[in-house]
Ligand binder design. Structure first.
Ligand SMILES: NC(=O)c1ccc[n+]([C@@H]2O[C@H](COP(=O)([O-])OP(=O)(O)OC[C@H]3O[C@@H](n4cnc5c(N)ncnc54)[C@H](O)[C@@H]3O)[C@@H](O)[C@H]2O)c1
Length: 315
């Protein structure tokens, strides 16, 4: 792996993935459309932390823009494409399903088309635990995930199956990595770990959908970035869970840890559960261990401590 494309590089997970790739000596071309779904200053901040690296190049490109992508693939011969660009929030996908379809499904197809044209061999696609809604836990990759309960999950499924088609027809080697609730410093401001830490630090009420007993197999961002890079090896076509792999933690347990490390008391404001939200997620990570030699290293308490420390410095 000498030269790679990382899409959505100003994002939470892709910026960390790019950072680790650069540390490993890989040349990284990163693209992002820098949309304002959340604070663009945070995207700029993440970009700033990697942009001084001599082997990093950034271009503001939308993966929905076929012509811009074609030009990019003419300029660079990539060994691997990491597609992490996406519209990623579950709840917002109910408000604006169209942009989820055009970025997550059509954008992925655009990349696959460019890869086919330029004989790029390896595709790593970020996908989601949201696909497992309604399935027995811990979630295994071979479960049928044909009944997604949010437009977000449905468009990720579309991206997964289109990638399979391009693997079958054009021998593109594909790793689909299904992430389980990723958290850590410089995280996504629309996700509960960021929102809760932020509100506790500011002494504001925490908006909790449901009663706080929903649970997630939270996974620290550094672990996810490492797993994503390991998934760039040739595998044929594989779907691989990247999750904490422990018993899931509830939102209330997460809040208690945030109180401990911020030294502040949380005030909860409970409201109705959102239909598109899952109650619990829990990854079976046997496949990640076997195929990639990967498992999460950062424990939940340690990870939450780092997140709270980062957010305390930011305000
Ligand atoms: N964070 C999680 O818990 C989680 C869980 C499961 C899956 N994922 C997936 O991981 C990937 C990264 O997620 P994240 O949490 O870092 O989200 P993020 O929103 O921080 O990062 C996504 C980036 O993609 C960019 N982007 C969006 N549409 C684009 C387009 N059309 N063209 C170019 N760039 C575009 C955004 O500007 C953003 O910087 C996504 O594919 C997401 O679906 C994340």
């Amino acid at each position: 792996m000498k030269k790679v494309l990382v899409t959505g590089v100003a994002g939470f997970i892709a910026s960390k993935t790019a950072e680790f790739l650069l540390q490993d000596g890989v040349e990284v071309v990163g693209i992002d459309n820098m949309n304002d779904y959340y604070d663009v200053n945070l995207k700029n901040l993440r970009l700033k932390s990697i942009s001084t690296h001599p082997k990093f190049k950034f271009q503001k490109i939308d993966i929905e823009d076929k012509e811009a992508l074609k030009k990019l693939f003419e300029e660079h011969q990539f060994d691997v494409v990491f597609n992490l660009a996406a519209r990623a929030g579950v709840r917002y996908s109910m408000e604006n399903p169209d942009i989820y379809m055009s970025t997550n499904a059509q954008g992925t197809l655009n990349l696959l088309e460019c890869m086919r044209a330029k004989s790029v061999k390896k595709f790593v696609l970020a996908s989601t635990s949201s696909l497992y809604a309604g399935q027995p836990m811990p979630f295994k990759e071979e479960l049928p995930v044909n009944t997604p309960i949010s437009p977000y999950a449905a468009t990720k499924k579309a991206a997964e199956v289109m990638s399979y088609t391009y693997h079958y027809l054009y021998q593109i080697d594909v790793s689909v990595v299904r992430y389980f609730t990723v958290y850590g410093p410089a995280g996504r401001p629309d996700m509960s770990p960021f929102i809760f830490a932020d509100k506790i630090l500011k002494g504001e009420e925490l908006p909790v959908f449901g009663d706080g007993t929903q649970a997630r197999d939270f996974t620290y961002v550094d672990d996810i970035a490492r797993g994503t890079i390991l998934a760039a090896k040739p595998l044929g076509y594989e779907i691989i869970n990247l999750g904490g792999g422990n018993n899931p933690y509830t939102l209330l347990q997460m809040i208690a840890l945030m109180e401990k490390y911020s030294g502040k008391k949380a005030r909860l404001k409970l409201s109705a559960k959102v239909a598109a939200d899952m109650d619990v997620t829990w990854a079976d990570i046997t496949k990640a261990k076997t195929l990639l030699g990967w498992e999460a290293k950062v424990g939940f308490e340690e990870g939450i401590k780092k997140l709270v420390e980062w957010q305390s410095r930011s305000f």
